[in-house]
Design a binder for this molecule. Structure first.
Ligand code: HEM
Length: 244
């Protein structure tokens, strides 16, 4: 089976899994329950209470695919940088003894995980360009942009700007975020910015963090050798080796 077919099968597997979970949730868990979880929130009706806030296709498209792509880049960088992976595993194993239950609050303590994710989203933003259309004439930097001008905000280029991130702007280096001259956290805008920024960013970060914590508490990620790594579309093969 070729890599494309394997990737397609994996996608179908995840989509089916999610579709079944959503169907079970819709059937069994009304959104007004006291102990609602994140899926309950996504499945809750919109404010007019007649339509769901998100369709299944939107939840599948946004949650699983964007998150899977983010996780792919994290797996790639962690397997290429074993010392970072080791430090992250140490943080995870230690913090799980202090905070065995993962909640939105306890996740805040995983600061190195935050750095790893921010650095991955900086170097490999899943959405490369955020689009806007001006609603009025705007003057900027001596240029006039008439109403209706389409503007693309090149997140990838902004995240690799050496004026902001220094000479090693194109190097994946989570430790840059704890250095005394760390860039401002807002210089990474992988979820966009302004009133149309990503409404799912909190959910996305919680999901990605929980998956990484559950994986790295037990396994170490290794790249499968002899694979040609091409920009995500072709997928990435990793081996999970259970810790001794
Ligand atoms: C790592 C995962 C994700 C990334 C990197 C991401 C990134 C983005 C980006 C860059 C935008 C465009 C923002 C802009 O134009 O300023 C966006 C919009 C959006 N995202 Fe996400 N997203 C992720 C996960 C999610 C999840 C989990 C949901 C759903 C719960 C979601 C729902 C949306 C919606 C509805 C919009 C459109 C917002 C609007 O136009 O007002 N995203 N996302």
């Amino acid at each position: 089976m070729n890599t494309y077919q394997e990737l397609k099968n994996a996608r179908e597997y995840i989509d089916n899994l999610m579709t079944n979970i959503l169907a079970t949730k819709r059937a069994s868990s009304p959104s007004h329950q006291a102990h609602e979880d994140l899926l309950d929130r996504l499945l809750a009706p919109s404010t007019d209470a007649t339509t769901p806030k998100f369709t299944d296709a939107e939840i599948l498209g946004e949650t699983t695919r964007n998150n899977c792509n983010t996780l792919t880049f994290v797996a790639l960088e962690l397997s290429r940088n074993p010392s970072v992976q080791e430090s992250l595993k140490k943080e995870i194993k230690h913090l799980l003894t202090v905070y065995p239950t993962l909640t939105q609050e306890t996740l805040h303590h995983f600061t190195y995980l935050d750095q790893v994710l921010r650095e991955t989203q900086r170097l490999h933003p899943i959405v490369g360009i955020a689009l806007r259309t001006s609603t009025a004439e705007v003057e900027h930097d001596g240029y006039i942009f008439p109403a209706g001008t389409k503007v693309g905000l090149h997140l990838m280029a902004m995240h690799r700007d050496s004026r902001v991130f220094g000479k090693d702007a194109t190097t994946w280096k989570p430790d840059r975020w704890s250095s005394p001259d760390a860039p401002h956290v807002n210089s990474v805008i992988a979820f966009g910015e302004g009133i149309h920024n990503c409404i799912g960013q909190k959910v996305a970060l919680i999901e990605v963090k929980i998956i990484l914590i559950q994986l790295l508490r037990r396994f170490t990620i290794h790249l499968v050798e002899d694979q040609k790594i091409e920009f995500v579309t072709k997928g990435l093969k990793v081996r999970l080796v259970e810790d001794a």
